[in-house]
Design a protein around this ligand. Structure first.
Ligand SMILES: Cc1cc2nc3c(=O)[nH]c(=O)nc-3n(C[C@H](O)[C@H](O)[C@H](O)COP(=O)(O)OP(=O)(O)OC[C@H]3O[C@@H](n4cnc5c(N)ncnc54)[C@H](O)[C@@H]3O)c2cc1C
Length: 417
């Protein structure tokens, strides 16, 4: 797959050569006039943005990541924890390289509020931090239908404890038990991810645990499988997954593990041994607190990822509302467009006019096979938005399964190393 932002980056590097202000001098002391860029969130989008700001901006910028957790657990590949092919520790990353190799300041606490007038953040540890530019890369949040206990009905859509909880529930299933998952209306994090999970769990119960009487149900709020419909449709038929499109969950009972849902205008209930409800989604809480959302997501200028509602605040990753997918690979890609745009803006240089971004999702469908889906987006000047310029997909195979680890290894290393 072609690098997403290569043209823009080349262009920027040319600009670097022409600008003495931007000369990168490792180890040079930074004075108090150096612009301070604060990135909230150290996931695929935030960690990448901070790294490229320092790689391209050097000592001309101070960069701080404020991240709630000292360890990041990748949701990418986390369905493989459910079938025992990976552990949470395999998918865990720390921020040592970002500090030691690139000079990024790390603060581990939660950002509680944004004061746009004074350009200052209030932190969970009681202190405050001033910024010149603010990047919100805080992922997404859930909209639950009622207040049920997620330790009993896990979503496992943010990886870590939730993934281990769901795995333990699946491992406690006996032959004849049922596993039911629900898929929210798009847009949600990782378009193929829920369908991939249904395949992984069905394969695990049937082919790894050797159960012949377990039932896997998928209740989808969407009218059809949203992506790779032929691939997942064929796998559902092979595994005997019961797929119900256009179903809206209206209540979740965590005690009885019962769903109430609407199908064809009729309210129905379904009880299951394991319930995996993936709730509807919206931008991260800090986006709402900063007042840069319109509805559930944050509108931005795709040339820079700067909010259309507040100057100097940029939103990348799952929270952005451009219509591009909510996924880690494209979050990494958006981060580079954003880093480039911030550095240009700080230096009075015009934004790169034709950015491209790229999304790639690999979907394991068993312990040995995976499919993939990739989309390239380009900026359409007339529509002033990102549009798909190329779409490609690969069917489940063992070679795609091994390529999945090369792809993810590259993405992990480009983000955290
Ligand atoms: C099962 C599954 C499979 C997936 N597979 C793929 C795939 O194949 N390809 C792909 O591209 N994507 C995939 N994804 C999607 C991908 O994981 C997400 O889209 C991606 O993690 C989003 O990156 P982000 O940087 O926007 O947010 P996140 O990765 O969620 O990072 C946000 C960070 O911000 C921190 N944070 C939030 N609020 C605050 C605050 N107020 N103060 C301090 N810190 C804060 C959080 O702690 C978190 O670390 C998959 C997801 C799942 C669930």
């Amino acid at each position: 797959m072609k690098t997403t932002h290569s043209n823009s980056r080349r262009n920027f590097m040319k600009f670097l050569g022409a600008s003495s202000l931007f000369a990168v001098t490792p180890g040079m002391a930074e004075d108090t006039t150096t612009p301070h860029i604060v990135v909230v969130g150290g996931g695929f989008s935030g960690a990448t943005c901070a790294k490229y700001l320092k790689m391209w901006g050097g000592s001309s910028v101070n960069v701080t990541i404020i991240e709630a957790n000292p360890t990041y657990v990748s949701p990418i590949l986390s369905n493989l924890v459910l079938n025992g092919q990976k552990t949470i520790s395999d998918l865990s990353f720390t921020y040592g390289d970002l500090s030691s190799k690139y000079g990024i300041n790390m603060i581990h606490t939660t950002v509680n509020s944004v004061d746009k007038i004074n350009q200052s953040l209030t932190l969970g540890n009681g202190s405050s931090v001033k910024y010149d530019k603010l990047v919100l890369a805080a992922g997404m949040d859930f909209i639950k239908v009622n207040d049920y206990d997620i330790t009993k009905v896990p979503h496992a859509w943010k990886a870590g404890e939730q993934t281990d909880l769901l795995k333990a529930q699946i491992d406690a299933m006996a032959d004849g038990d049922t596993f039911t998952m629900t898929i929210p209306a798009a847009p949600y994090r990782c378009p193929p991810g829920p369908y991939e999970r249904a395949c992984v769990v069905a394969d695990y119960l049937k082919n790894v645990k050797g159960f012949s009487n377990c039932q896997v149900n998928v209740l989808d709020a969407n009218a059809n499988i949203t992506v790779e419909a032929d691939t997942f449709g064929a796998k559902f038929a092979e595994y005997g997954v019961e797929y119900k499109p256009s179903t809206t969950v209206t209540a979740v009972n965590d005690e009885t593990k019962t769903l109430t849902y609407i199908e064809n205008d009729v309210s129905k209930t379904l009880s299951s041994t394991v319930l995996n409800v993936i709730p509807k989604q919206k931008a991260a809480p800090i986006v709402f607190k900063a007042g840069v959302n319109s509805g559930n997501w944050a509108p931005i200028n795709p040339l820079s990822y700067e909010s259309v509602m507040a100057n100097g605040i940029y939103i990348i990753g799952d929270s952005q509302g451009t219509g591009q997918p909510k996924a880690g690979h494209i979050g990494n890609s958006e981060a580079k467009v954003c880093a480039d745009a911030i550095l240009r803006t700080l230096n009075g240089v015009a934004l790169y006019p034709s950015p491209k971004t790229n999304s790639a999702c690999y979907s394991p469908t068993s312990t040995t096979e995976a499919s993939w889906l990739s989309a390239v987006f380009k900026y359409d000047e007339n529509e002033q938005k990102m549009v798909i310029s190329n779409l490609a997909a690969g069917e489940p195979s063992t070679s795609n399964y091994s390529q999945m680890f090369s792809w993810s290894g590259n993405l992990f290393s480009d983000t955290f190393s």
